[in-house]
Design a protein around this ligand. Structure first.
Ligand code: AMP
Length: 212
């Protein structure tokens, strides 16, 4: 196990095993992407994931993701890396065999469990982007939006609604509000966009606005 260039931040996280840590470059903004560990039923999902990963790199962002080289997760991370983005994977130890880590990630953080994986992702990210995915992706989406609702953070959340994949989620959220289980303001906690280009535009706008 390599402990190259480890920072104080990582050494204080006693339970996490940090395998490598790169010097950072770029615009110093970190985007956490949640998406499927499967490729999905249509090629457009992987195309979107690759395009978004490339845009992250081209725009100087650092990527945090689930660490696995599989499915859309692997597509985003490889494309981001190829376009020059520093890539940090965060993987729970028990998933190493099921979701083999992406070899080209610059930094791989191994956490003891899923809860600590999510906590690390939340802490490291300046913004969250959700691409199509399965139950794990939905779990992560609900984690970031419910913690916004509880005022734990106010980081931008952007959902890339590829070919209407997330339309049923939007309908469910409308129903939740309509039936009095959440306030109308939950609509302001996240933004739905249709394409990776729009996602990057909104990210840049929202993160720039915060930096002012
Ligand atoms: P999926 O969308 O189901 O393909 O999962 C996407 C990613 O979410 C995978 O890396 C899963 O391991 C991860 N995942 C699944 N359930 C959880 C959870 N409860 N907390 C954090 N990550 C999860």
């Amino acid at each position: 196990m390599a402990h190259r260039n480890m920072t104080a931040r990582d050494m204080s996280l006693e339970e996490s095993e940090v395998l490598a840590f790169p010097a950072h470059r770029g615009n110093d903004r970190t985007v956490c992407v949640f998406c499927g560990s499967s490729p999905g039923a249509k090629p457009v999902y992987a195309e979107t994931a690759r395009q978004f990963g490339r845009f992250l790199g081209e725009n100087g962002y650092r990527l945090v993701f689930g660490g696995g080289g599989v499915g859309l997760m692997g597509e985003v991370a490889r494309a981001a890396r190829a376009a020059g983005a520093p890539v940090i994977g965060i993987l729970p130890a028990f998933l190493r065999a099921i979701e083999p880590p992406l070899k080209s990630a610059e930094e791989l953080i191994i956490t003891p469990d899923l809860q600590q994986r999510k906590a690390r992702m939340l802490a490291l990210a300046d913004a969250f982007v959700i691409l199509p995915g399965g139950l794990g992706t939905l779990d992560e989406y609900f984690e970031v939006i419910t913690t916004t609702q509880l005022r734990v953070h106010a980081k931008p959340i952007i959902v890339v609604n590829v070919e209407g994949y997330f339309d049923p989620l939007r309908a469910l959220l409308d129903r939740v509000v309509e039936q009095g289980f959440a306030r109308m303001e939950i609509g302001s906690y996240h933004e739905f966009v249709a394409t990776p280009a729009e996602a990057i535009d909104r990210l840049t706008h929202l993160l720039h606005a915060r930096a002012l």
